[in-house]
Design a protein around this ligand. Sequence first.
Ligand SMILES: NC(=O)c1ccc[n+]([C@@H]2O[C@H](COP(=O)([O-])OP(=O)(O)OC[C@H]3O[C@@H](n4cnc5c(N)ncnc54)[C@H](O)[C@@H]3O)[C@@H](O)[C@H]2O)c1
Length: 248
Amino acid sequence: MKIDLSGKSALITGGGRGIGREIAFKLASAGCDVAICDIDATTAEATAKDLEATGIKSIGIAANVADAASVEAMFKTFIEKFGKMDILVNNAGITRDGLVMRMKEEDWDAVLTVNLKSAFLCCREAARPMMKARSGTIISIASIVGLMGNAGQANYAAAKAGMIGLTKTLAKEFSSRNITVNAVAPGFIKTAMTDKLTDDDRAKLTNAIPLERLGYPDDIANAVLFLASPMASYITGHVLSVNGGLYM
Ligand SMILES: NC(=O)c1ccc[n+]([C@@H]2O[C@H](COP(=O)([O-])OP(=O)(O)OC[C@H]3O[C@@H](n4cnc5c(N)ncnc54)[C@H](O)[C@@H]3O)[C@@H](O)[C@H]2O)c1
């Protein structure tokens, strides 16, 4: 079955680069119209322009998903452009790594706000048009670290584990309106986020992964495309691990 999302509209947070950008092109390849939200206005605009060149409708929206007023304005712009919302992908995220004993409170707060509160704010806004339409799908990009923990990432692991709890709860709250809510938990994926790893750390990691490689953004985008498609219409509250077997 070929996945056809023509006539659908999606909003991807943090879509200006990395995994979010890859998800945007994957959904666009199925005919979906896609809005790119990013705190970096330049990459949001550039990605939207590249997406329009593929023949779909797109806009770049400069927004900070950690800020309620900014999120509200972003959804207003989105609905003005597309009229409805079919797919929300909560992808924006940051890391501020450090062992707990040395972690600054501001690094804890920043990671929890940008990675977790943002998903709450965006889901709350998306629920309005989706409930009205009695249809929609929300996909949040969590992490393997939210499932297994990781020394040096207490803030990030707590935020991603929180995102999984949020996903399961919203799956229950929104199910009567035919809205599905799922998460994808990537393992270690080749992006700017993992470019920070030392060569030694990367080699150790690769040895520990049963499929013997880091993931590509495309691996995550394929999982999101599946969850956003009618093929996944009976799946909700699920966390789909895409990690090369690193955590089972
Ligand atoms: N790369 C990995 O190995 C990996 C693994 C597991 C999960 N993830 C998750 O996947 C998602 C994407 O990661 P990535 O590797 O592509 O990262 P990235 O840093 O390349 O991209 C993140 C994007 O989010 C944007 N962003 C950051 N803060 C924002 C804010 N407040 N408002 C709006 N946009 C904001 C950035 O500008 C950037 O474009 C993140 O949620 C990350 O936690 C990544």
